[in-house]
Design a protein around this ligand. Structure first.
Ligand SMILES: NC(=O)C1=CN([C@@H]2O[C@H](COP(=O)(O)OP(=O)(O)OC[C@H]3O[C@@H](n4cnc5c(N)ncnc54)[C@H](O)[C@@H]3O)[C@@H](O)[C@H]2O)C=CC1
Ligand SMILES: O=C([O-])C1=[NH+]CCC1
Length: 315
């Protein structure tokens, strides 16, 4: 009989996962995914189950990496919460299995993994696509993803100015009080965006919050919210003007309202740029549309498991 799975909950995941280890693993898996070699990464487009009664969705995100022996799935539930609700809008669990016999090796908290791997992939997009002399970062949104994006962007890059906007000024002020570095809160998204070199959109909005008319030519946008085919964060003008990069073409064409409804054409996957198969057009206005991939979760969970085994003295 197989051993019961180890359970690794959020505080341990936080302790074990570090951006300096995570970023190279994510870069590697993005590159492998874009080669479409099924022995490297097998990842179907995720399934979304609507939870109509509760105003939410459950997404199931499996991935198999035969060559590295990683088999996993993430279950993530998203809810549209009312203003003032204390319930979390995203909950996630990771299951890591042994591909040889199918037994479960670990059950992990998936929220910390989701926060960190999403922010790390956005940071990879900025590393590849932003202007090398980028000075001003703007974050639209002040939730969990805003915090992880702030953490990794300020760890990896030296911005001279970081701006934050939320749909209420109070939220933007609270965010600024909560984080350690110098940050400017804005009441107007337009003012926060004008002149910025890098813009991260991490809201739960289903309507555009970022408009092409505000975006400085040559800026880089990492667009993280709006993960349903009828949800938007960016307007048509921006989607059509910018060079569009995605994490997965299949994912973007199935799930991204910003891509589907604007009719914008995907120029490349981020993995194509990692592989040198497509250029990084840093001098142009670029949008990286992130949807999130099971393969990103798989390598993150494997990293947590490896660190856990080292800590526990197992090999
Ligand atoms: N691309 C990816 O891989 C992932 C994307 N996401 C998406 O990222 C977004 C942010 O996620 P979390 O930070 O976990 O959520 P959160 O609930 O912690 O934060 C959401 C933020 O959006 C703001 N907001 C809500 N309604 C808004 C509106 N109508 N206009 C402007 N701002 C509004 C809230 O005030 C808050 O600042 C969500 O859309 C989520 O689905 C989440 C995980 C992974
Ligand atoms: O990849 C992910 O975990 C998610 N993408 C959109 C919401 C959650």
């Amino acid at each position: 009989m197989s051993q019961p799975p180890v359970v690794i909950w959020a505080p341990a995941v936080k302790r074990l996962l570090h951006y300096k280890d995570l970023v190279p693993r994510l870069e590697e898996v993005l590159g492998k995914f874009s080669k479409r070699d099924s022995a490297e990464v097998l990842q179907p487009v995720r399934t979304a189950v609507p939870l109509q009664k509760h105003n939410g969705f459950m997404l199931s995100m499996p991935a198999y990496m035969e060559n590295t022996g990683i088999l996993s799935t993430k279950l993530v539930c998203l809810y549209k919460r009312n203003e003032g609700s204390t319930l979390p809008s995203t909950q996630a669990t990771m299951l890591l299995l042994d591909p040889e016999c199918g037994n479960m090796k670990a059950v992990m908290d998936g929220e910390v993994i989701t926060h960190m791997r999403t922010a790390a992939v956005s940071a990879i997009s900025a590393k590849l696509l932003m202007h090398p002399e980028a000075e001003v970062l703007t974050i639209l949104g002040t939730g969990k993803q805003a915090l992880s994006h702030y953490d990794v962007f300020t760890e990896m890059f030296a911005f001279k100015e970081v701006r934050v906007w939320s749909h209420t000024r109070q939220r933007a002020d609270m965010f600024c009080q909560h984080v350690p570095g110098p940050l400017k809160a804005f009441s107007s998204a337009e003012e926060a965006v004008r002149g910025a070199d890098v813009i991260v959109t991490v809201t739960r909005s289903t309507e555009p919050v970022l408009f092409g008319a505000w975006v400085k030519p040559g800026a880089h946008v990492s667009a993280v919210g709006a993960c349903r085919p009828d949800w938007r964060e960016l307007d048509d003008a921006l989607m059509k003007e910018a060079v569009l990069y995605v994490d997965s073409r299949e994912g973007a064409m199935a799930e991204s309202g910003d891509v589907i409804l604007s009719g914008a054409k995907v120029f490349a996957e981020l993995g194509d740029v990692v592989n040198g198969a497509k250029p990084a057009l840093r001098e142009k206005t670029t949008v990286f549309k992130s949807l999130g991939m099971g393969a990103q979760d798989a390598v993150s969970a494997q990293l947590v498991f490896e660190q856990w085994k080292t800590e526990a003295g197992q090999h």
